[in-house]
Design a protein around this ligand. Structure first.
Ligand SMILES: NC(=O)c1ccc[n+]([C@@H]2O[C@H](COP(=O)([O-])OP(=O)(O)OC[C@H]3O[C@@H](n4cnc5c(N)ncnc54)[C@H](O)[C@@H]3O)[C@@H](O)[C@H]2O)c1
Length: 355
């Protein structure tokens, strides 16, 4: 039997993974305890997505397990053992602002939770492939030291700068900058996944994401800026921009394009590889630009105000360089651009708002 185990299976990336891989596996084991609603409130609950998944996929088996519960987790992994061919680990406390509220919760979920899964895997299904969703926050806010130019609607690098053409690659230092507690807990997990690859030979990839987005996101103010901005536009709620005049640049990759990266890796895996991932030059915007695009595509006015205090450790400009991944898997390419993402997210939020 071919089994896939997905943690955070009802979140954005986890549920897109369920959709994508459903045809390839006899059984999908999903772990998600809806802690997203604990972090961000009931409006961010993934309950709707769990119902959708259970209604759609007969071979989906849900566990309400908390990844911090080591023995519960081990029992599940032991039960399926070597039938587990792929683990996609996405369960996390995903917000850098929230982490400072409860550092122990953040660290135990992000760092210890990841160790629990790695150890269960090493014991009971060491030949599986392990995919971990890390973050560009592992580089801290070092990118804020780049010589940025202020344009009308965005910050940007000079066109002769090394990072201008394709963005920031994996050689950026992870030391000596402000990561946020979230960045630190994810970095602990990131290095641990690398180590299980290097030390134990586990086939594993670490995807350090910029902004990951898509219609399956349960957007919240503290996490998932594009989905939340679209939600505000459609529900006529005020959106607050925090600092940097709204000119901070993020790159956005659609969750489906990310999952196809996972698929290429799964079919031809390596051990402990680190890849930056995000929309790159293909898909990026400042918040002001995102507002313009949303207004023109969704034909809705975004009502926003401005708080001068930027989020601590926030990036002013981040564009991910995905060339390392492309050099390992030359057939992979982006398929969904920013306007299409906004249309898709808008349609999904519209449907949810009308229920
Ligand atoms: N979305 C982004 O912009 C982004 C950017 C960079 C990195 N990432 C990383 O990608 C991964 C997935 O992000 P996402 O946007 O899908 O997040 P998400 O919040 O939509 O999904 C994570 C899921 O994990 C579940 N979860 C949280 N704590 C848990 C616990 N202790 N036990 C079991 N389940 C738990 C949540 O209920 C949620 O459904 C995360 O690891 C995140 O750090 C996301």
């Amino acid at each position: 039997m071919n089994v896939i185990l997905i943690t955070g299976s009802c979140g954005l990336i986890g549920s897109e993974s369920v959709n994508y891989f459903s045809g390839e596996f006899d059984l999908i084991i999903g772990l998600d305890n809806d802690m997203r609603s604990y972090y961000f409130g009931q409006a961010a609950s993934i309950d709707w997505n769990r119902k959708r998944i259970e209604d759609t996929f007969g071979h989906y088996q849900h566990y309400n397990t908390d990844i911090r519960e080591k023995s519960e987790l081990e029992n599940i992994v032991r039960k399926y053992g070597d039938d587990i061919k792929l683990i996609i680990h996405t369960a996390a406390q995903p917000s850098h602002d929230w982490a400072a509220r409860e550092p122990h919760t953040d660290f135990s979920v992000n760092a210890l939770g990841t160790l629990n899964i790695l150890e269960s895997m090493r014991k009971y299904c060491p030949n599986a492939v392990f995919i971990f969703t890390s973050t560009n926050k592992v580089y801290g806010d070092l990118s804020n030291q780049l010589p940025l130019l202020e344009n009308k609607k965005r910050y940007e690098l000079n066109s002769n700068h090394t990072y201008y053409k394709d963005g920031i690659d994996e050689s950026m230092s992870i030391d000596q900058s402000k990561h946020s507690l979230f960045g630190a807990s994810k970095l602990a997990a990131d290095v641990m996944v690398q180590e299980y690859g290097q030390y134990f030979g586990i086939k594993s990839a670490i995807f350090r994401g910029g902004c990951l987005t898509g219609p399956l996101h349960s957007g919240a103010e503290l996490h998932g800026f594009l989905a939340y901005l679209i939600y505000c536009a459609l529900s006529e709620k005020k959106y607050t921009i925090f600092g940097y005049k709204g000119k901070q640049v993020r790159d956005n990759i659609h969750s489906r394009d990310l999952i196809t990266m996972f698929d290429y890796f799964y079919k031809n895996p390596k051990s402990g590889e680190v890849y930056n991932t995000g929309g790159g030059r293909f898909s990026n915007c400042s918040i002001l630009e995102a507002i313009d695009i949303i207004e023109s595509i969704l034909n809705k006015k975004v009502v926003w105000d401005y708080d001068e205090n930027h989020r601590s450790g926030d990036h002013i400009w981040w564009i991910s360089n995905v060339n390392k991944f492309k050099s390992h898997y030359p057939q992979w390419k982006y398929t969904i651009n920013l306007p299409t993402m906004i249309e898709e997210i808008g349609a999904e939020i519209d449907t949810r708002l009308s229920i």
